[in-house]
Design a protein around this ligand. Structure first.
Ligand code: NI
Length: 376
């Protein structure tokens, strides 16, 4: 049998060598090497994704466990001794920890495969941060034949040793919005001779907020945020165009269908009021993370067994997004929060994790997979 994987050393090595979305070449090689050391046969998918399977002694259902593997374009300021060696790149969302956890689960499951029914597919997914990785892997067929999928994300708001679950929607759908306002430029001292797209953009920006609560039911969570707004290049010239880009977040899948039309109507109407026109591009990025009732109950049961009821908490919903949702469009799944301590939040340059959560996560994922292959 292989030597026991040193999960903390693995996590620290990945932390020192972070790679951004679809650049996870070294990460993928490291993962594959560890999987081979467990006697598994990893294969590469969608360039930097890695998939392997653990076959139980008895035939049964196929259950998947997923970890994301990518880092962020952030300059690390955590002060840890094993900080990133790559300038401007950092594991500031703890995906290094997720990889170590899934390798830990792989070890537990492969060493107890005689008691395992069915198969467990391990999915190491690239490019979560750009929400492109899950889609690429689904298109490559990694979810084919899978009957249930489990995944987790570290949570700096919960101490290590605690976990949180929620049935139904846990995280939001995330869509992308791009609006180009078209006017006619000219001298800023003679605005009546121009068609000013800047004033129109300002009207659109504030007007869009009426979508929240005035067009969509106020009891329905919805966010429309513009993060990028540009127009013109100097102080005394009215430009021809203004551009804004933003994100739309919500839980209700019905909104996914109606929002593009509602937003386009509102934006075009406001633009017209200012004698401008508007080109609206609305792109669906990821659906909401929606936890299957039965699998959530199963996962919760495993957590209570391992950690006790006092460490198993109900999760709040978050308008953050996760491309784990893309798998859940195809198969029922459960995604949960693994406490990893603070004080800094995700994507902060000083982000750190409590490494004691790695073993907790590994044991939980292994238990969930084992239990799911038993009852499905
Ligand atoms: Ni993340």
């Amino acid at each position: 049998m292989p030597a026991k994987l040193d999960l903390i050393a693995i996590r620290r090595d990945l932390h020192q060598h972070p790679e951004t979305a679809f650049n996870e070449h070294r990460t993928a090689r490291v993962i594959a090497d560890h999987l081979r050391s467990l006697g598994l046969q990893p294969r590469f998918v969608a360039t930097t994704g890695v998939v392997a399977e653990i076959e139980g002694a008895e035939s049964g259902p196929l259950v998947a466990l997923r970890a994301d593997t990518d880092a962020l374009p952030i300059q690390e300021q955590s002060g840890v001794g094993f900080a990133s060696r790559y300038p401007g790149v950092m594991h500031a969302c703890g995906h290094d920890m997720h990889v170590a956890i899934l390798l830990g689960a792989a070890e537990i499951l492969s060493q107890s495969r005689r008691e395992l029914r069915g198969r467990v597919r391990l999915i190491f997914q690239p490019a979560e941060e750009t929400t492109e990785g899950a889609r690429a892997l689904v298109e490559a067929g990694v979810i084919d034949g899978v009957e249930a999928i489990f995944g987790l994300h570290n949570h700096p708001g919960l101490p290590a040793g605690k976990v949180a679950f929620r049935e139904g929607s846990l995280m939001a759908a995330s869509d992308r919005l791009r609006i180009k306002v078209l006017g006619k430029g000219g001298h800023a001292a003679q605005p009546h001779l121009t068609i000013d797209p800047v004033v129109a953009a300002a009207g659109i920006l504030t007007g869009m907020q009426t979508l929240v609560s005035r067009v969509v039911d106020p009891l329905e969570p919805l966010v429309v945020s513009i993060g990028h707004l540009t127009a013109g290049s100097t102080f005394n010239v009215i430009p021809d165009t203004a551009l804004m880009e933003g994100t739309v977040r919500y839980f209700n899948p019905e909104l996914r269908r109606v929002l593009p039309r509602q937003l386009k109507g509102l934006v075009s109407g406001i633009a017209e009021g200012y004698r401008c026109s508007a080109e609206v591009e609305y792109q669906h990025m990821v659906p909401p993370v929606h936890n299957d009732t039965r699998l959530n109950e199963l996962a919760l049961g495993c957590a209570i067994d391992l950690l006790g009821e006092e460490n198993t908490l109900p999760a709040e919903r978050s308008l953050g997004a996760e491309d784990f949702a893309v798998y859940q469009e195809c198969v029922p799944g459960c995604f949960f929060w693994l406490g990893s301590g603070g004080p800094y939040g995700w994507h902060h340059p000083a982000f750190t994790v409590d490494e004691s959560a790695i073993e907790v996560g590994a044991r939980l994922l292994a238990a969930m997979a084992r239990e799911a292959t038993r009852i499905l």
